[in-house]
Design a protein around this ligand. Structure first.
Ligand code: NAP
Length: 485
């Protein structure tokens, strides 16, 4: 407190030309960019955004499905933010490994954690870790070219795959498994995934919900899309579509538009016949996985039958032989993402979030000075890309309210971290470097009719930056040679 009072006496006001507000944002996904955008509206503000990857945009790059290019157009907004005066990107720097939260807090007035939810929820059932049982996170990261998932192997020689969960990630997984590979060739799906999926022999894909059709979490547009996949048919049992009174009441609610539409779509699936379609998407309800079976790999899954009590589920007593075994060679667990804690910040393991009050990180009941949070790591892994905007507006609102009580002593920002980063041999990737990677990926994609062919290894990305530098230097030397006879 005394130090703060002293620095307040001696420092120019925080947020002035000679003492700009310096903010570090950890994570370059949607919530990080929206926080940067709102912060940079204030004069005399500098934002340094860190990402563990050399590439920005978080789940928009490595989560949004390759056949949903429109959703990726939001990167144009983030690109505009990144080009704003006062913004710096520091890619390829992992906070918690290359730099600590304590180092950031010493170097910036405010630190905003926007690192999303990088892992997945577990089912906690026997057999979950058998070969052939995967998380949706792994599969999505793999086909989207995320460097952390490129060594994963998926056995597409299997005839049947089961997806646990009925949210939008499950819809993405189902669509990528069910879509004829020719329809994916001109997307930005990575090359290795395209090659592996081209060999797929999967015919039946089961999408399992633990509650009823009225409680499925698919956005109705996503579900509708699953019914429109070429050479694939969506199927449901009519008998599964009965609604209990609570579900009927839920559907009557004005906010249940998507759920009402979903039930109609499931009804249309129930009228479909399997016919000769090469692929079939089976939607099943009121089933909870209780065991994944197999000796050396997955051969089946055991599903317990549930009842709906209100809109919650309850497993029907085991004694009444209400479980069924479903033969399958692949299981994808798509039961939600979960955040991971960072050393030096209080973390709630159960919710996978950082406890906070309007974005102010809490230690017990008390806000931690200068430490904020936004996005999935703040509120949990729910909502669409745009929902992060309101979240970041709230967090930055708290920062602005707190300006008067933050330590006003000038902070060096990234310049203060440079010695530590260079001592440890960290190759920091700037936004200009990312732009070189971007150009290189687009160029690689062109001959294949793809928007880009992503680099899937960090080494390849850095090599693309190096190559661009060499080319630029070559160009500059040629220019010099031209003017110097
Ligand atoms: P989600 O929407 O929360 O869905 C998770 C699903 O898993 C639900 O059906 C849930 O059932 C089920 N589940 C949870 N625990 C389970 C368990 N122990 N056993 C069986 N089932 C279980 O999560 P998500 O699909 O990962 O999506 C995360 C967020 O990203 C969502 O907000 C989603 O809308 C968004 N997203 C959007 C898009 C898009 O717009 N195109 C694409 C991908 C993701 P209960 O309902 O019973 O809990």
């Amino acid at each position: 407190m005394r130090a703060t009072a002293m620095s307040a006496r001696t420092s120019p006001p925080l947020g002035s030309e000679s003492n700009p507000l310096r903010a570090a944002i950890v994570g370059s996904g949607p919530s990080g960019f929206y926080a940067a955008e709102v912060l940079l509206r204030r004069p005399h503000t500098r934002v340094d955004m860190f990402d563990a990857l050399p590439t920005p945009f978080g789940l928009v790059r490595s989560g949004v499905a390759p056949d949903h290019p429109k959703l990726k157009q939001v990167c144009l907004v983030y690109d505009r933010i990144a080009r704003s005066p006062g913004f710096t990107f520091l890619g390829n720097v992992t906070i918690g490994r290359d730099l600590s939260i304590a180092q950031l807090r010493g170097t910036y007035h405010v630190v905003v954690i926007a690192c999303g939810a990088s892992t997945d929820r577990r089912l906690g059932i026997p057999g979950e870790h058998l070969p052939g049982s995967h998380t949706a996170t792994e599969f999505v990261g793999w086909y989207n070219g995320h460097p952390d998932y490129q060594d994963r192997k998926f056995d597409f020689s299997q005839a049947a795959a089961v997806i646990i969960g009925q949210g939008n990630v499950a819809a993405d997984v189902a669509r990528i498994l069910a879509t004829p590979v020719d329809c994916l060739r001109t997307t930005d799906i990575c090359e290795a995934a395209l090659a592996a999926l081209a060999e797929s022999r999967i015919r039946d894909i089961y999408i399992i919900g633990r509650r009823g059709p009225a409680q499925a979490k698919f956005a109705s547009v996503e579900l509708k899309e699953l019914g429109r996949i070429r050479d694939c048919v969506g199927l449901c049992n009519e008998s599964d579509l009965g609604l209990n009174p609570a579900s009927q009441e839920e559907l009557a609610h004005p906010n249940s538009d998507d759920n009402r539409k979903n039930v109609e779509i499931f009804r249309s699936f129930a009228r479909n016949v399997a016919g000769p379609a090469p692929r079939r998407l089976h939607f099943r309800f009121l089933e909870t996985p209780i065991r994944i079976n197999g000796d050396s790999r997955v051969t089946s899954i055991t599903l317990a039958r549930n009842d709906l009590v209100g809109s919650k589920f309850e497993q029907v007593a085991a004694a009444t032989s209400t479980s069924a075994e479903l033969a399958c060679g692949l299981v994808f667990r798509s039961v939600g993402y979960k955040g991971v804690g960072l050393q030096g910040i209080t973390f709630d393991e159960t919710s996978g979030t950082i406890p906070n009050a309007k974005g102010r990180c809490l230690d017990g009941e008390k806000p931690v000075s200068g430490l904020y949070v936004t996005g999935w790591i703040k509120r949990g892994a729910t909502g669409l890309i745009g929902n992060n905007r309101a979240d970041s507006v709230e967090t930055v609102g708290s920062i602005i309210e707190d300006l008067a009580v933050l330590d006003p002593a000038p902070k060096p920002g990234a310049a203060g971290l440079a010695p530590a980063l260079s001592r440890d041999g960290i190759r920091v990737v700037s936004y200009a470097d990312w732009q070189a990677i971007d150009v290189s990926e687009r160029t690689r994609g062109q001959p294949k009719g793809k928007p880009r062919e992503k680099f899937t290894r960090i080494g390849e990305m850095i090599a693309a930056v190096d190559q661009a530098e060499v080319t630029q230097r070559g160009g500059a030397n040629e220019e010099v040679a031209e003017v110097e006879p």
